[in-house]
Design a protein around this ligand. Structure first.
Ligand code: 5GP
Length: 199
């Protein structure tokens, strides 16, 4: 029997600096069935970021235009910047049979879970608040004010972890990656995602 699977939407959230970006990058590099949904944002572009790869960096006016066109599957203001998942992009990727990874905050995740109850939701936790502080400072991608804002928001984000199906603590990156990878592997095998093709 040939195996065909319905494509899935995988929502990954966690406080800034928790390592979810690194976990997502490795998942995408190692599993060709996965692809990343590139969000649109009005946030400043960091030195290590590529427009169209990490985000679509757009102006406030362009963002407003997309909002008015109802172009977002979900959108939210996070750490005082605006971010949104493009409906058309997610649909095109899923139509190709790919499993789409969304790295989005809990407000957006809640909306995706409402619209797509069959999505897989995973929350990545830091081992401690102090570890988060150290990580945000050592990765050196944001200024001190932005870091404080992100740390201040972390507690509120962690309080929402019960909304997710799975939680993974990133104390050891390799272990956390293996755990997220195992969740995705198991989710692919759900009977509900199976399209039987009998030859
Ligand atoms: P960063 O600015 O560090 O790239 O992302 C900040 C936060 O915004 C992260 O929690 C990230 O998951 C979230 N985020 C990124 N893109 C989106 C999006 O399209 N929608 C929502 N709701 N959150 C997003």
């Amino acid at each position: 029997m040939k195996e065909e699977r319905k494509s899935m939407l995988i929502v990954i959230s966690g406080p800034s600096g928790t390592g979810k970006g690194t976990i997502c990058e490795r998942l995408l590099a190692e599993d060709p069935s996965l692809t990343f949904s590139v969000s649109a944002t009005t946030r400043y572009q960091r030195d290590n970021e590529i427009d169209g790869v990490h985000y679509h960096f757009i102006s406030e006016a362009e963002y407003d235009r997309l909002l008015a066109e109802d172009a977002f599957l979900e959108h939210a203001t996070v750490h005082a910047h605006r971010y949104g998942t493009l409906k058309s992009q997610v649909q095109q990727l899923m139509d190709k049979g790919l499993n789409v990874v969304l790295d989005i905050d809990p407000q957006g995740a809640k909306e995706v879970m409402r619209q797509r109850p069959d999505c897989v939701s995973i929350f990545i936790l830091p081992p401690s608040y102090e570890a988060l502080r150290v990580r945000l400072h050592t990765r050196n991608t944001d200024d001190p004010r932005e870091i404080e804002r992100r740390l201040g928001n972390a507690r509120g984000e962690i309080e929402q972890m019960h909304l997710y199906q799975y939680a993974v603590v990133n104390d050891d990156l390799e272990l956390a990656y293996q755990q997220v990878s195992a969740i995705i592997a198991a989710e692919k095998q759900r009977t509900a995602r199976y399209i039987p093709v009998i030859e």
